[in-house]
Design a protein around this ligand. Structure first.
Ligand code: SF4
Ligand code: SF4
Length: 433
C-alpha cells in the first residue's frame, strides 16, 4: 500500500516569497521584437514545417511534435521566420534549437481564430480542440491535455489544481483572482470531455479572500466545489491532492482513482481553445526573485526571451552583480546561468537570484532531516549511499521509485547534499526493466 504523509513541510518564510510578485500589478508584454519557439517539447524533438523567409500568422502551425502523443506547435506572433536553428536556453537546463520569428507588429491571426458557437459541443470535439490548439499542462508538466481527456477509466471528479505550493510562483493565484470565469468554463468543458459528475478547485486554505470570491461565483453550481489544503509543501503534488479529494490512492494515473487533474491555467487555455479556436500562444509567467527590480506576473507571447521580459519590467535589481536563473519553481526547477532563456508553453516562472558562494560541506551529519521531511517516507541519504555502492537489489528495497522529485530533501539538508538528484538517479536505475 502506498501512503503519503498527511503533513508536508511549511516553507512559508516570508509567505513563501510569494508577496514579491503579488506586490506589483500584472504586466502585459505581447509585442516582443522576436520570439523563439523551442523545437523541443517534453524532451521530444519537434519538426519544423516552415522555411526561413516565410511569413506566418498568429496561430499558424509551424512545427509538429511527433511522438506517441503528437501535438502541433503554433506561431505566437505574426511576422517573418528569420531562423530555424537559433539555440536558446530551455527550462530543461539545455540549449535547444528554436524557430525565431521577427515581429511585423500587425498581429495578423489565422482565420480559424474566431468566436465559436459552443452550445452543442460534443466531448469528442472538446478533446479534438484541445489537441489542435496545443493545450498542455501548465503546471510545469507540459503533458498534452487531450491525452488525459481520452481516459478509459470511469471518472468521478475533475480537479483543478491551483495549490501552487512552491515558493515564489503566483500565476495560478493571479489567474483565479482576475479570470476565474475562464477557469470555471474550462473546468466544465473538461468535466464534459471525461463524463465527470463533479468538479473541484483545490487551493491553499490561507487564500481566504479568493476562496470567498470563488464560492460566491459557484453558488449556483451544485456539482462544483472549492477544496482547501494546508499551506505546506508539497500540498500541490498530484498524488497528494487526488488522495485528499477522493480518499483513494493510485499507482500510475489519477484516473485509477476516478480523477482527472488539470492546472488552473490549463483550464483557462482550454476555454479559449474551445470558444475562440485559440491555440496556446500566450501565457502568464511569474518573473521574480531577489535579482529582479520589479518582480511581477507578466502576460507574454510563448517564445519570449527572459532578457526581453526583464527589459520590459525594469531590469535587474540594483547592485545585483552576477545572477543565475531558476526556470520553474525553486524546489523542482533547473538553474540556468544565462538570460537567453525562453518562455515555452509549460514554463510557469523564472526566479532571478544573486549568485551566492555556497558553503558546501558534503559530509552527512546524520541529522535525519531528509527522512523526516520526505512525503513518501523514503530515506534519501541511505538511497544515495546505496546508489554509490552500486547494489541494485538493495536499492530496490529502499523504494526510490516512489520519489516524487519534490526537492524537499535537498532543500532541508544542512550539508547541502544533492539528495534529490541521487534519489532520481536511483529511481531511474530501479525502474529499468
Ligand atoms: S525528492 Fe527527496 S523528499 Fe522528495 S520524495 Fe524524493 S526523496 Fe522524498
Ligand atoms: S539532511 Fe543532510 S545531513 Fe541530515 S541526514 Fe540527511 S543527508 Fe545527512
Amino acid at each position: 500500500m502506498f501512503f503519503i504523509k498527511s503533513l508536508g513541510t511549511h516553507i512559508s518564510e516570508h509567505k513563501g516569497h510569494k508577496e514579491m510578485s503579488l506586490a506589483n500589478p500584472m504586466v502585459e508584454f505581447l509585442d516582443p521584437e522576436y520570439v523563439y519557439i523551442p523545437l523541443v517539447d517534453q524532451n521530444t524533438p519537434c519538426e519544423a514545417v516552415v522555411q526561413v523567409g516565410e511569413q506566418v500568422k498568429v496561430g499558424q502551425i509551424i512545427a509538429h511534435k511527433k511522438s506517441r502523443f503528437p501535438l502541433p506547435i503554433h506561431a505566437s506572433i505574426s511576422g517573418e521566420i528569420v531562423s530555424i536553428d537559433k539555440k536558446m536556453w530551455h527550462s530543461s537546463g539545455k540549449m535547444v534549437p528554436t524557430i525565431q520569428i521577427k515581429n511585423d507588429f500587425k498581429e495578423t491571426k489565422v482565420d480559424t481564430i474566431k468566436e465559436v458557437d459552443v452550445s452543442s459541443i460534443t466531448k469528442e470535439e472538446i478533446i479534438e480542440k484541445a489537441k489542435e490548439n496545443g493545450i498542455v499542462g501548465l503546471g510545469g508538466s507540459g503533458f498534452p491535455a487531450y491525452v488525459k481527456y481520452k481516459v478509459s477509466d470511469p471518472i468521478d471528479v475533475v480537479i483543478i489544481n491551483a495549490v501552487e505550493c512552491e515558493p515564489y510562483i503566483t500565476i495560478d493565484y493571479k489567474l483565479l483572482q482576475d479570470r476565474f470565469d475562464e477557469v470555471l468554463r474550462g473546468l466544465k468543458y473538461i468535466m464534459k470531455a471525461v463524463d465527470a459528475k463533479r468538479g473541484v478547485i483545490a487551493i491553499k486554505k490561507d487564500k481566504k479572500e479568493l476562496i470567498e470570491k470563488m464560492n460566491l461565483s459557484i453558488n449556483n453550481e451544485p456539482n462544483i466545489s472549492v477544496f482547501t489544503v494546508k499551506d505546506e509543501y508539497p500540498a500541490g503534488w498530484e498524488k497528494y491532492i487526488v488522495q485528499r479529494v477522493t480518499n483513494k490512492n493510485y499507482r500510475t494515473l489519477p484516473s485509477e482513482a476516478g480523477a482527472v487533474v488539470n492546472n488552473a491555467g490549463t483550464a483557462a487555455a482550454l476555454a479559449a481553445a474551445i470558444e475562440r479556436n485559440q491555440p496556446l500562444v500566450e501565457k502568464m509567467v511569474t518573473i521574480t526573485g531577489e535579482g529582479v527590480k520589479t518582480p511581477c506576473n507578466v502576460y507574454v507571447k510563448v517564445g519570449t526571451a527572459i532578457n526581453d521580459i526583464l527589459d520590459k519590467i525594469g531590469g535587474y535589481a540594483p547592485n545585483l552583480g552576477d545572477a543565475y536563473f531558476i526556470a520553474g519553481g525553486p524546489m523542482t526547477g533547473k538553474s540556468i546561468m544565462f538570460d537567453s532563456l525562453v518562455v515555452h508553453r509549460a514554463l510557469s516562472s523564472v526566479i532571478v537570484m544573486p549568485k551566492e558562494v555556497r558553503e558546501v560541506n558534503p559530509e552527512c551529519m546524520g541529522c535525519g532531516k531528509c527522512s523526516e521531511v520526505c512525503p513518501v517516507f523514503l530515506s534519501p541519504i541511505v538511497i544515495k549511499e546505496t546508489l554509490e555502492n552500486d547494489s541494485v537489489n538493495e536499492l530496490r528495497t529502499l523504494r526510490p521509485d516512489l520519489c516524487m522529485e519534490c526537492g524537499l530533501c535537498s532543500y532541508i539538508c544542512p550539508s547541502r547534499i544533492e539528495l534529490t538528484d541521487a534519489v532520481t538517479k536511483a529511481k531511474q536505475k530501479v525502474m529499468v526493466k
